[in-house]
Design a protein around this ligand. Structure first.
Ligand code: AHN
Ligand code: ZN
Length: 337
């Protein structure tokens, strides 16, 4: 349903007052955050491609079909090859691909390969947006009573974000936006320690990239990270680091989601901070970056009930969730100038 009687500008205003007035445990941090101007969707209509949610689902399934993408495994290698080959097949403007290969030592003392995959769309454009997701999957299922030492499919935790970005990549190659766009698939996000106590044990690929960017002085306008964006009944609350460091981007994305009718999914609630790939991008590169992530600290599993279990498989992926996230992010990209 179109909301003809309320302008998007008014929506923006309503949403920002909701955001600014929400009072949570973290409210004391709001005072120090910059009150950036509320971004308005441009007055003249801009072209935004119509996404194909079947294509998003296809890319999620395709990754899962390789098996768990645990760094160092055959499935990981083959899936990485697939993503690169697929990106290179996109016309009419094929992205410029950079692969970063390195290695890292995990919290449990394993040396693993790291392969960050970077696709640059319209590299000649100066003003850029960074989009990212992790493409590796977790080598264990500590939240599962059964087979906790076996690797998970990671249909949501891994494949969902990449699936959304592959469809956006396909659209970007066909339709030129005003902004340049860089998509990074970070590796080795999910080999973090099971107790959650060892610092910096997650996000090994983004930690490497943040200290060794693919271009010196790389500075996009902002970044959006997608993590676990395909679960059933997903709720995207406002992540606290995103709110502290990139409030205007949170506002931009949530306002866009509201305008498109996804207010039940993108909720105006702050539920605390999460260490994820965006944290290291902000820490080392000072790029304002938000995390769209299904997170509820009140629930037992915190990131949805399939998190780090063998239920994180294709049967628990939601077409509606993938579709809402893809449509929201593509609108943000094409409406920016
Ligand atoms: C922590 O639990 C500290 N971060 C969650 C990062 C994560 C794990 N994303 C996906 N899996
Ligand atoms: Zn995970």
């Amino acid at each position: 349903m179109k909301r003809n009687y309320i302008s998007s500008a008014l929506y923006s205003l309503i949403l920002s007052s909701v955001l600014l007035s929400c009072n949570t445990k973290q409210a004391e941090t709001t005072g120090s955050a910059k009150q950036n101007e509320v971004s308005q969707p441009s007055a003249e209509p801009v072209f935004v491609p119509t996404i194909n949610a079947d294509s998003v689902l296809y890319y999620v399934k395709k990754q899962v079909d390789f098996g768990p993408r645990v760094p160092g495994s055959k499935a990981h290698q083959l899936c990485g090859n697939f993503l690169v080959t697929e990106l290179k097949s996109f016309a009419t403007r094929t992205p410029e691909i950079i692969e970063q290969n390195s290695s890292a030592i995990t919290f449990d003392n394993k040396t693993i390969p790291i392969r960050n995959i970077i696709a640059q769309f319209y590299p000649e454009k100066k003003k850029r947006i960074l989009l990212a997701a992790h493409w590796d999957t977790r080598p264990f299922a500590e939240m599962d009573k059964n087979n906790p030492h076996k690797p998970i499919d990671g249909a949501n935790d891994g494949a969902s974000g990449v699936g959304v970005l592959m469809e956006i990549a396909r659209q970007l190659s066909m339709h030129e936006p005003a902004m340049g766009v860089d998509i990074i698939f970070f590796d080795a996000e999910d080999w973090g320690d099971t107790t959650g106590k060892i610092e910096d044990s997650y996000c090994l690929g983004s930690q490497y990239w943040a200290q060794n960017p693919h271009k010196p002085n790389y500075l996009p306008q902002f970044g959006i990270l997608l993590d676990m964006v395909g679960g059933k009944n997903a709720k995207f609350a406002i992540e606290e680091q995103s709110w502290r460091m990139a409030q205007n981007i949170v506002d931009k994305v949530w306002t866009t989601a509201y305008r498109l009718g996804y207010e039940k999914m993108f909720i105006s609630e702050r539920r605390g901070a999460i260490i994820d790939d965006h944290y290291y991008v902000m820490k080392y590169r000072q790029i304002p970056m938000i995390d769209i992530i299904n997170y509820d600290p009140e629930s037992y599993s915190r990131f949805g009930n399939t998190w780090h279990t063998h239920d994180d498989n294709i049967s628990n992926i939601s077409y509606e969730t993938l579709s809402a996230v893809t449509n929201t992010v593509i609108h943000v990209i094409y409406e920016e100038k």
